[in-house]
Write a protein that binds this ligand. Structure first.
Ligand code: SF4
Ligand code: SF4
Length: 805
């Protein structure tokens, strides 16, 4: 209890005084509501603090009373057997009524999803489509747990019989106790609600009628009344309920840039919440009151809320803890906290002689218009999934390395939205201060693929950086680092000297001062001749018109200037598998570092050259193959954005492959040669972020597992922390190493011979600490095929030592 905490006697006395005083809120009774669902601080019915535990007060206080530094949890054994039943109904109300018939069983969970969610589930999780009847209006997902699978199955069968007694089913119920299938079924419920935001169009599911509880037997009535309220207003909504517990989540689809829809918000919410309270229910029972529902506390339970405020004042007289919610003076209505989502009203026409000043917020480079760019930022609903550290997720590596709001993906969307809607001045995008926030994104694309609503943060950040570059020009250091081939070309003239400089402590110190390249970072040695020159000599630039299976190799910077052996291995492996390989000598680097730096104009010029060259080859039947994941992502994803009206850019994008993905497809079609010699080694594989962001999957590890004797384990260490040039820059070098610590350690572990990854930057990170080599999977395949001459086994080589430690 609070009295047991040392040094808080005074706090305890004052609290008891507040709670002990009878007030005129005695007509507000929450005693019929389960304690865990009561709103705000547990004060209902004139509780005094005597005997109440501090935990009771803190739980549900939404961070407004104090910070929890230590928690002791009681745990329960995981049940030995879990089963689920999926029951599809023709009508939503029949599904809600069926829940009432099965409540007598010991159900551990029972969720109800409406047609809108089911359609989305079928679209976004295809593996579930055979579980959901195509014309179902509602689905009940019921879970039963127990110690014996026979009991669980029997319970499920009995409750399914009872639920389906009235026969309004859309199809036969499905029942499973298979752990994978049970997990998949719950994936449906977990994934589908956030994915509502992926619906296209201006109307968005707005969570302002969320999180209402009624006694479970009243749930069908609440659903019916809610539908009437929405119907009368001409609004549609998605319905999701934890039906057995009586909790309902409604998400009406509204366009908040439309003033008529904005006006609807408060009245819809009030009618609906009042209805729930009249049915003996409550608002905000599972999630917080937050900004979107706190107003209702004051509105409906004013006197009681005044006492809540007194308690808050006892704990936090200066209103430091989570202000503006729950125990604070609250906004009078829902309308007070709505984000701006419209462009500012057009300016008045200019008078004669008057000059337009500073009105252009941004000249979009990758989006059709300012309005469509605003649409991309509006896609973010602030759900904060990008701040959560969840197993199997990578977003956002930078945020997890520096967990501050401005490092989060949503911060980028919020800031640009605020500028576009006029909440922040246009100069914001041009300032160096906010540019630093934009630089807290290294374009790994992990948020784009993992965000439940697919917010395209890399696009948002690129637009922002481009606006900064347009206003201020490229910073000199960025300009150098965005074009690594310039270094390479320069160094190539005196290749021996350049390689000596790269290994010399003093020279690296000087290089760091001049260019910003961290002295401590291992850098690859320049090859004696760039691969494109070698390819020219070997006449690899000649098209083979008669060949059936032909590929054009996009070499990019690393394989051209530094790891020529990788380029040769790629040609050898592809030829070994019957491909005719063309290496166009006039290809340009992909330009990904330019995109990341915001130098969109220059990136576009480079893209055009590549697009014209490779589009012609695609028309001749070539597929484009690259060994650098960043290059593949740049061509497949960035080029169509840089050149939105260019059909050739789309054509090239559609025919670009990561080399591993192409070979894996060959294997799936039974065409991959499997004449490997055994390679006895244990390797740790790292999946590069840019490969993960491509639609072709990440087959590098599976390909290597085809080689006899080779054992490959997944590092599962998240982002390497390199992100192209990010980890090379002096100012990010230490943070990059911190982010890559786990990966670096995984290569160093004793039983591992080395690492393998497709990305040249990740390779640098993986080789950072030790002598073990990290080798591209294609090289290992070439070695195992004996498809070309190697001086020695690439897996036995010693990685060069650090020049500056
Ligand atoms: S960017 Fe983050 S906060 Fe925004 S929708 Fe995606 S996961 Fe949620
Ligand atoms: S692209 Fe990567 S670094 Fe940038 S915000 Fe998204 S997850 Fe973070």
């Amino acid at each position: 209890s609070l009295e047991a905490v040392s040094g808080v006697d005074d706090l305890s006395r004052r609290l008891q005084h507040v709670l002990g005083a009878r007030s005129d809120d005695t007509d507000v009774s929450f005693s019929h509501i389960p304690r865990s669902l009561r709103p705000g601080y547990c004060l209902a019915d004139g509780d005094t603090f005597d005997g109440a535990s501090l935990a009771d007060l803190i739980v549900g206080s939404e961070g407004t009373l104090g910070l929890v530094t230590e928690v002791r949890l009681r745990t329960f054994p995981v049940p030995a057997s879990v089963g689920v039943a999926l029951i599809s109904f023709n009508r939503l109300r029949d599904a809600a009524a069926a829940v009432q018939r099965i409540r007598e069983y010991s159900i551990s969970a029972c969720d109800l999803l409406d047609r809108r969610l089911l359609t989305l589930a079928q679209e976004t999780t295809p593996e579930l489509s055979h579980w959901v009847e195509p014309h179902a209006e509602a689905l009940l997902l019921v879970e039963v747990a127990g110690d014996a699978s026979s009991d669980v199955r029997e319970q499920l069968e009995r409750l399914v019989r009872k639920a389906t007694r009235k026969d309004h089913l859309a199809g036969p119920p499905r029942l499973t106790l298979e752990p994978d299938e049970v997990a998949l079924a719950w994936k449906l419920a977990k994934r589908v609600v956030p994915r509502l935001m992926r619906l296209r169009g201006k109307a968005r599911p707005i969570p302002f009628m969320e999180d209402v509880w009624v006694p479970p037997e009243k749930l069908p009535v609440l659903i019916e009344r809610a539908q009437k309220i929405l119907r009368d207003a001409g609004v549609v909504a998605s319905v999701y309920a934890h039906a057995a517990h009586g909790e309902l989540h409604l998400r009406p689809l509204l366009d908040l840039s439309d003033p008529n829809h904005q006006r609807l918000l408060p009245s819809l919410a009030e009618d609906y919440f009042d209805c729930a309270v009249e049915l003996g229910g409550m608002v905000s029972v599972e999630h917080a009151w937050g900004l979107s529902r706190s107003w209702y506390l004051r509105h409906r339970f004013g006197a009681w809320h005044a006492r809540v405020c007194e308690v808050k004042r006892v704990f936090d007289p200066q209103r430091i803890l989570n202000p503006g919610r729950l125990g604070d003076p609250l906004p009078p209505s829902l309308g007070e906290n709505i984000r701006r989502v419209s462009l500012p009203a057009p300016q008045l026409p200019l008078e004669d002689g008057e000059e337009e000043v500073g009105t252009t917020v941004i000249d979009p480079q990758l989006s059709e218009s300012v309005e469509s760019l605003l649409g991309f930022t509006r896609q973010c609903n602030g759900c904060a999934h990008c701040r959560v550290d969840e197993a199997g997720w990578r977003m956002c590596p930078l945020f997890h390395g520096r967990p501050r709001e401005e490092a989060s993906p949503r911060a980028k969307a919020n800031l640009l939205r605020a500028v576009l809607t006029g909440e922040l001045p246009p100069e914001t995008l041009r300032s160096d201060e906010t540019r630093e926030i934009a630089d807290l994104c290294f374009h790994c694309h992990q948020c784009r693929i993992e965000c439940p609503t697919e917010v395209d943060v890399p696009r948002i950040v690129t637009e922002w950086k481009a606006a900064h570059v347009a206003a201020n020009g490229m910073r000199l250091r960025d300009w150098w680092l965005a074009q690594p081939e310039r270094y390479a070309r320069l160094g190539q003239r005196w290749v021996g000297l350049a390689n000596l400089i790269l290994q010399n402590r003093q020279a690296r110190w000087l290089l760091e001062r001049l260019t910003g390249i961290a002295a401590g970072r291992k850098l690859p040695r320049l090859a004696p001749l760039p691969f494109l020159k070698i390819a020219q000599r070997q006449r690899l630039g000649r098209a083979d018109r008669g060949a059936q299976r032909k590929v054009a190799y996009f070499v990019d910077v690393y394989a051209n200037w530094f790891d020529v052996e990788l380029a040769q291995a790629t040609v050898a492996v592809l030829r070994h598998n019957g491909f005719s390989v063309l290496v166009p000598s006039n290809q340009q680097p992909s330009g990904m570092p330019l995109v990341v730096a915001g130098s969109v104009d220059v990136a576009r010029k480079e893209a055009i050259k590549n697009v014209r060259l490779f589009a012609e080859l695609v028309r001749q039947g070539y597929r484009i193959v690259t060994t650098e994941p960043s290059a593949a992502l740049c061509i497949a994803h960035e080029y169509p954005r840089l050149l939105p009206d260019d059909d050739e850019a789309r054509l090239v994008a559609q025919h670009t492959w990561d080399a591993g993905s192409l070979l894996w497809q060959e294997h799936l079609q039974g065409r991959l040669e499997l004449d490997f010699r055994p390679v006895h080694a244990r390797l740790v594989y790292h999946t590069p972020c840019h490969l993960r962001a491509l639609p072709g999957g990440v087959p590098g590890q599976r390909l290597l597992e085809l080689v006899p004797g080779l054992r490959v384990s997944d590092a599962e260490a998240g982002c390497s922390g390199m992100a192209g040039m990010y980890g090379v820059k002096r100012e990010h070098y230490r943070n990059s190493l911190r982010l890559g610590l786990e990966l670096i350690a995984s290569v160093g572990s004793q039983e591992i011979h080395g690492g393998t990854t497709e990305c040249s930057a990740c390779k640098l990170q993986m080789e950072h600490r030790g002598e073990k080599p990290t080798v591209h999977p294609i090289k290992i395949l070439a070695w195992a095929y004996e498809a070309m001459h190697f001086e020695d086994n690439p897996l036995s080589r010693v990685s060069q030592p650090l020049t500056v430690t």
